[in-house]
Every structure is written in C-alpha cells, then in structure tokens.
Ligand binder design. Structure first.
Ligand SMILES: [Zn+2]
Length: 180
C-alpha cells in the first residue's frame, strides 16, 4: 500500500507504461518481439494523451469512452442496432441516449457507417472505426482534418476586380472556347 504513494513517471494513471507518441510506442514494441510478439497494438490512452502498447487487443470495457466503444462494436459486427449499443454501454439515462445519438450521427456524417434500416447501422469504413478504437474520436478527427491553410482574403484582390470589370464591360469574351 505504501508503494502507491511513490510516483513512477513512466507509468500512466491507468498503470501502463507511457510513451510520448505512436511512433515511440511502436518502436519499443517492434524492438522487443520476445515480449510483445507480432500482434501488438498501440493506442492512445483514453484517459490521457500518452500512448500504450497492448498485446491482448482491446476489451470494450477498457476503452472507457462511448465513441471508442461504439466504434469497437460497429467495426466488429456486420450490423449493429441501437438497442445493442445501449445495452453494451449500459446506457440508462436520456442524456446517455442523446450522446449515443450524437456519436452515431457524427460517424454517419464522416462516412464511417450507414443506416441499413431504422436504428440499425453497418460499417462503411472499418479501418476508420478501428482507428477510432485506438485513438479516440477527437484525435481521429484531428488527424483527418486537412492541413490548415491561411484564411482567404475577404476582399477580392484588386487585380481580379479590374479584370472582372473589363470582362463585364466587354460583354461575352470574344475568344471562342474551341477554334473549330
Ligand atoms: Zn494510460
């Protein structure tokens, strides 16, 4: 018991060894095949920003967040009904139901799943769902987001305005699109 007061900086609150990022965790697992074997997975800790290695795959209960659990079942089964997710996640409040509805709608918008009948969904992008199991929905969205580009100017550049004026003043452009 006295040991629990001792802080081990390399351990996460979930008691697993912490790695700074995915590459670091993967490197360690690959460098020690006797310990980790060929079927390890690395994942982002559901309760922290660090990464861990697992050799036993994922257990839905240890995934902790609803989006990861939903992704887990949707990736694993041919079709999943809302009541099954409700049961697996032990949802028993209206806010839990609402949250689940939001997750499903977000997954649909992202093209990960589609409805096959009322309140039943099937996976469209299983790799994407598996990635959510490993990294969580927020991180998944971040890594899928296009690179941030500088915001376009609100006012069109002057050169463009001038060209537009000339074009409008001239009526239809004289140069035909095809010369035949
Ligand atoms: Zn952890």
């Amino acid at each position: 018991m006295a040991q629990s007061a001792y802080v081990r900086p390399w351990r996460c609150r979930c008691d697993k060894i912490r790695y700074q990022d995915e590459a670091a965790a993967t490197r360690v697992a690959q460098s020690d095949p006797d310990r980790y074997g060929p079927h390890f997975s690395v994942y982002r800790c559901p309760g922290a920003t660090c990464w861990h290695i697992t050799t036993r795959g994922f257990h839905p209960r240890s995934l902790r967040t609803r989006n990861r659990i939903a992704a887990y079942y949707l990736a694993r089964h041919q079709a999943v009904a809302r009541w099954q997710l409700v049961e697996e996640m032990s949802i028993d409040t209206p806010s839990g139901q609402r949250k689940l509805g939001e997750i499903i709608a977000a997954f649909e918008r992202a093209g990960l799943i589609r409805a096959v009948s009322h309140d039943v969904w099937t996976a469209v992008d299983r790799d994407g769902l598996r990635r959510i199991v490993s990294v969580g929905w927020d991180y998944y969205q971040q890594e899928r987001a296009p690179a941030v580009e500088p915001a376009p100017p609100l006012v069109p550049p002057l050169g463009l305005v001038a060209r537009l004026r000339r074009w409008l003043g001239r009526g239809r452009p004289r140069t035909p699109v095809s010369s035949r």
